[in-house]
Design a protein around this ligand. Structure first.
Ligand code: GAL
Length: 634
């Protein structure tokens, strides 16, 4: 799809005197910005007390911004219910796993299951959509669902909602008892009203109970979002989006993604490196001012899959140091431009910087903006200006289907989390390591949802760790001639999270039986005959298929039947590189191992080359400076 790429920023008119709005708007336009997102935390100013609607200031702010030629994304203010709301609905607060209500005094303190709060959100959203539906150019629902660990809530509202959800799903407690295996430890129920939430049990709760609670909680987010979407749609034709986060797995983003036109996400490369990744200290030190070389790219590719027709944005782009990670260094000069171009290379329609001006008060005082608190341009400003100039000259970055795809499944993340079987066995980590391995071979990757029914057009597809294959994907595997890698843990569980018989993976055309699983301490990897090792998770398999990887004792770790391979363990870096190189060649592609800091992204007609390092790197006759990138016509 061909589109002009744009820039934007996040602005809080309610934080600044009205006299500066027009000047701010003029400076934004001058900088070359197209979009400005506003309003997402402003409930206490839009409705200072119940029913006292104060929308005129927002109207004037929108007018000032649009008069300067900017387009407005209006956020619904529902991530920050004001104090009076909590006084009116004290049981709307989310409750943590220890049973403690979360308090007023920051944000995201609501429980998704609270019907009264959901109605309040529909009310304020409807009023905003009626008043501004024809004026704004896009919408954002709420702000960062799941951030600050806010999806799983153990409130009274959640308990009642969960019971109703279970009654719907199972129809009878007999069916539920059978599905969960409640005969074990005398956990059987006679009525749905006896079923509690799976917290505060003496030892671990039944994993089927815990998984259903996660499914229920994800559904609550989808339901909460769809109520707002419906309210907006009644009064506005503008596209709707939500700003997702990094490594946030507590709800199914594909589900909410189906409700809205655009997926957006908030990209904080330095904060994420510090607090979202398992990598060793040397890695974090090496990339402290640049961010992990693959983490942003992974989410760009993921949210391209979540957005309708591949439509996605970065709604918040880190413009300098943030305030919330364990350490908050400044980015290397050039990184703000670099991150922006990286997003465009992966297909972002817009990159919006968070925030326009640094706030001298409250929680985020040390979080950079494009402007300092005194309105002087901060470091990121000039880099944004440079991108704006470059965009004006750049022909469009047209996207194309990649040759390699990776299937991503939120439900599998929950199943792994509920039953990890060993410390460190985490679904995201497994998928992300494989994604990184593909990128290190110079590949561009598409991410596919777990119910994708068509793998055609891809030379190689990987679907690691999918605990229960969807019927659609199972079917697609059977029909496909694409090179496919499954495992570990593929089809390891029924939908109710029991071990199926015949034993997993039970895939047509693949004679493999997982007869036992073991998890490994970090200091006890199992070495492979061809070098490298299996770590963390290892399956013992019985198979009559061709063995392509085995351990030092000759036990199979990877087998192949035609284009279909099964991987019976979690590969370390060396083994992963060999497996991927072999698969890439079998798929008719050309693996190109890259220098450590280099990554590539191919679009329709352009190859982007990025140096994520803090030193210059020579690649294909071109010296890329630190934070350097260049593009060539393919
Ligand atoms: C995001 C959030 C913003 C701001 C920002 C700071 O997670 O959406 O409101 O808090 O982080 O980096």
């Amino acid at each position: 799809m061909s589109l002009k790429r744009t820039l934007g920023t996040c602005y809080y008119p309610e934080h600044w005197p009205e006299e500066v709005w027009a000047e701010d708007a003029a400076r934004m336009a001058d900088l070359g910005l197209t979009w400005v997102r506003i309003g997402e935390f402003a409930w206490s100013r839009l409705e200072p007390s119940p029913g006292d609607l104060q929308f005129d200031w927002l109207d004037r702010a929108i007018d000032r911004l649009t008069a300067a030629g900017l387009k407005v994304v209006l956020g619904t203010p529902t991530a920050t219910p004001p104090r009076w709301m909590v006084d009116r609905l004290p049981d709307m607060l989310a409750v943590d796993a220890e049973g403690r209500p979360r308090r007023f005094g920051s944000r995201r303190h609501y429980c998704f299951s609270h019907a009264g709060y959901r109605e309040e959100c529909v009310r304020i959203t409807t009023l905003l959509a009626q008043r501004f539906g024809a004026k704004v150019h896009a919408w954002q629902t709420d702000n960062e669902y799941a951030c600050h660990d806010t999806v799983l809530s153990y409130s009274d509202a959640a308990r009642q909602g969960f019971r109703d959800w279970l009654a719907q799903r199972y129809q009878s407690t007999d069916a539920l008892n059978r599905a969960w295996g409640n005969v074990f430890w005398s956990m059987e129920y006679e009525t749905f009203d006896q079923i509690d939430l799976p917290n505060l049990t003496v030892t671990e709760p039944n994993p089927s109970h815990a998984l259903d609670f996660r499914r229920f909680s994800s559904d609550q987010v989808a339901r909460f979002n769809s109520a707002q979407v419906a309210a907006i749609r009644r009064h506005s034709d503008a596209p709707i989006s939500h700003n997702y986060m990094g490594r946030t797995l507590d709800f199914d983003h594909f589900e909410t993604g189906r409700q809205m036109e655009i997926a957006t996400w908030d990209s904080y490369p330095l904060g994420f490196l510090e607090d979202r990744l398992e990598d060793p200290a040397e890695h974090k030190r090496r990339y402290a001012r640049q961010g992990d070389p693959d983490f942003q790219a992974f989410h760009h590719d993921l949210y391209r899959a979540v957005g309708q027709n591949g439509r996605w944005w970065v709604m918040e782009q880190q413009p300098g140091p943030v305030n919330w990670a364990p350490h908050n260094p400044a980015p290397l000069p050039g990184m703000v431009r670099f991150w922006t171009w990286e997003a465009f290379a992966h297909g972002a329609e817009c990159v919006a910087y968070f925030r326009w001006r640094q706030a001298p008060f409250a929680q985020e005082q040390y979080h950079a903006g494009l402007l300092r608190p005194d309105s002087v341009e901060a470091e990121g400003y000039a880099e944004a200006a440079e991108v704006a100039r470059e965009l004006a000259q750049m022909p469009d970055v047209e996207q194309a289907q990649a040759s390699v795809a990776l299937v991503f499944d939120y439900a599998s993340a929950w199943a792994w989390a509920v039953q990890p079987q060993g410390q460190g066995c985490d679904y995201f980590r497994l998928v992300f390591e494989i994604y990184r391995g593909l990128r290190k071979l110079g590949l561009s990757v598409d991410i596919l949802p777990p119910d994708c029914a068509d793998l055609n057009g891809y030379a190689l597809v990987l679907a690691p760790g999918i605990v229960t294959l969807s019927a659609a994907l199972n079917d697609a595997l059977g029909r496909s001639r694409t090179q496919l890698i499954l495992g570990p843990r593929t089809n390891a569980k029924t939908a109710a999270l029991s071990i199926p018989t015949p034993l997993p993976p039970a895939i047509d055309g693949l004679a493999v039986t997982v007869s036992r699983v073991e998890t490994l301490r970090p200091d006890m990897p199992v070495d492979m005959a061809g070098g490298g090792a299996v770590k963390l998770w290892r399956e013992q398999i019985e198979s009559s298929e061709e063995v392509i990887e085995k351990d030092l004792n000759g036990a199979p770790i990877m087998v192949r039947s035609g284009p279909l391979s099964y991987l019976a363990g979690w590969p370390d870096e060396v083994l992963l590189e060999r497996i991927l190189t072999r698969a890439v060649i079998a798929a008719g592609l050309d693996p190109q191992p890259l220098p450590q800091d280099i990554r590539i992204r191919d679009t329709g007609a352009t190859r982007f080359v990025f140096n994520h390092g803090s030193e210059p790197v020579e690649y294909e006759g071109h010296v890329l400076p630190p934070a350097g990138l260049h593009w060539i016509k393919l």
